[in-house]
Write a protein that binds this ligand. Structure first.
Ligand SMILES: [Zn+2]
Length: 258
């Protein structure tokens, strides 16, 4: 994924200033701020990898409070338009499969009992994706997987950052199947489930037990096994690692429904 190292903060500020000009000092809801930032990303065609201004600067610019801006950023993360990177802020993440994710997400919100079905679908897509990745992945793709795993490990204790990093990790490996349709459908399904799993924690700004730094090593290890199977081109190990991750995710999903 291409990332610009130098952020185009000046450009972001310019467009945002233009769209925030008509604020009259009334308190605003997080949704409204999220919409403003979303409009900025879409209409200004901000490329993937551009860093958004800091929460403090966004708060000043939109006359909203820091907590509101923070909540707005979390809304955008859930929508897949922004990704949070620990210690360095929020970045634009534009994805062509956004509308597919929206459809899956709508189906799930209309029938929340269908969560286990969506989770099964996720397992099937990932199993095939990883099998293909084991056969076809390049060295560069395995390296990208390593980098994504490092980001994942560094995201323990931060729910929003974890969602971004976990999606990036799984999507990176499934993309190494070299089937763009499988990769897109998989990513939409995965992300919808993850947002569902973590929505309560996202809303309240808290961290589930299994993501606390002391506990997260076990969760990171589950991912390390998937990566190792791709790196070692071990199909059997890949199937087992994907299944193990699936079982833990099923438990977390069940816990999030309680
Ligand atoms: Zn995962």
């Amino acid at each position: 994924m291409a990332r610009s190292k130098h952020t185009d903060d000046a450009e972001v500020w310019q467009v945002l200033r233009a769209s925030a000009g008509q604020r009259d000092g009334e308190p605003v809801a997080a949704e409204e701020i999220a919409n403003q930032i979303e409009q900025l990303i879409i209409s200004a065609g901000l490329p993937e990898g551009v860093r958004l201004p800091s929460e403090r600067d966004l708060a000043q610019l939109t006359s909203a409070s820091r907590p509101i801006v923070s909540q707005a950023i979390r809304i955008l993360i859930v929508k897949g338009l922004v990704e949070s990177r620990r210690g360095s802020g929020a970045y634009v993440r534009r994805k062509p499969e956004t509308s597919l994710a929206a459809t899956v997400s709508l189906m799930l919100s209309l029938n929340q009992e269908s969560v286990p079905h969506l989770n099964d679908l996720r397992l099937w897509l990932e199993s095939d994706g990883i099998t293909q990745a084991i056969a076809r992945s390049t060295r560069a793709e395995v390296d990208a997987g390593e980098e994504a795993l490092r980001q994942l490990a560094a995201s323990a204790g931060n729910t929003s950052a974890w969602i971004s990093a976990d999606t990036l990790f799984h999507a990176t490996l499934v993309r190494a199947s070299h089937n763009p349709y499988l990769a897109s459908i998989y990513e939409s399904v995965h992300e919808t489930l993850l947002n569902y799993e973590y929505r309560n924690w996202i809303d309240s700004g808290t961290v589930p037990t299994w993501l606390r730094p002391a506990e997260a090593a076990g969760l990171t290890a589950l991912h390390e096994s998937i990566l190792a199977a791709v790196r070692d081109r071990d199909e059997e190990a890949g199937r087992i690692a994907v299944l193990r991750h699936h079982r833990v995710m099923s438990e977390h999903l069940a816990a999030s429904q309680a």
